[in-house]
Design a protein around this ligand. Sequence first.
Ligand code: ADP
Length: 359
Amino acid sequence: MNTAQFIPDRPLETIEKASFTWQTPSNIALVKYWGKSDPQIPKNASISFTLKNCHTITTIDFSKKETTAEAVFELFFEGKEKEEFKPKIASFFKRVQAYCPYILGYKMTINSENSFPHSSGIASSASGLSAIAMCLMSLEKALNPNLSKDALNKKASFLARLGSGSASRSIEGPLVVWGNHPEIAGSSDVFGVQFPYKVHANFENYQDAILLVDKGEKQVSSTVGHNLMHEHPYAENRFTQANENLGKISKILQEGNMKDFINLVESEALTLHAMMLTSNPYFILMKPNTLEIIHKIWEYRLAKNSNICFTLDAGANVHVLYPENEKEAINQFIESELANYCQKKQYIYDSVGLGAKKL
Ligand code: ADP
């Protein structure tokens, strides 16, 4: 894979101070990414809906200083210094400095906030790291005004991936594929691309209600989770299955077959959890209420002949997915029934979004 394309190859402007603010979304995978090799190369291709309301807003103030060997930054999260977040960001800067050598010449002050709970399986790492990547790319654009929008987005996704794999899918929308796949034109292991084919109207403005079954921090971090796939007895079959599922969902998204969509998406969610159930050490990431909700969704689907379905991330929270034309009825179902299984009855209404926004 040619990553040299991401190293700036022309003299850059000189800028003393700059400040950029980006709002970038979280995303929810339909075909899951679980298993990687160094540096953040996925074992199979994945596809996600970009979200709209679950997002990070990050400002980075850059001020020129003597160039040093390591990136220098301060981090404020929701107005306060956040030591726990720093190691991931420090290793992100280390990984990207070959591609963004200019960052070593600036002191960076990062101010960030999320619209949803972090570290609980709603992919704050994806929105958090993609927001930093977009701020770096805004600086690069100021230093190199010739950079095109396409090149900027591609490099932003490439950088974001080095911080958190799924962050590569949080630059554009409404559907992003990350990972090289023979049936997806332009797809790559090193950056995410917008799903390149026309999507059926059934999937326009798709709804995602995130039911907060457990807002606490995940018992298994993403890094530990991905490592579980190294010695996993079913790993190779899983990677093959995921790639086959990506080919299938590409067709489903173009043709609009809702029943096939539901079957594939729910199977992917349960398979992801099955990988954790069958690894060693083994984990059960669902809670009793996760299962209650799944059964309620299945009952509702049958009783109402509905197209409601669920997906899960690597945690206990449930993403309820449904078409826009069922929004009113399903929101009522969520409020009257499913909310009872959520921590403090909390849930987040979201829908598919279009990606990063400069503020
Ligand atoms: P999640 O499911 O929320 O992605 P992870 O444990 O995988 O949970 O990732 C959480 C990590 O993502 C945090 O520890 C922090 O390093 C990073 N993160 C979350 N929000 C932000 C943010 N706004 N800015 C920078 N990093 C963030």
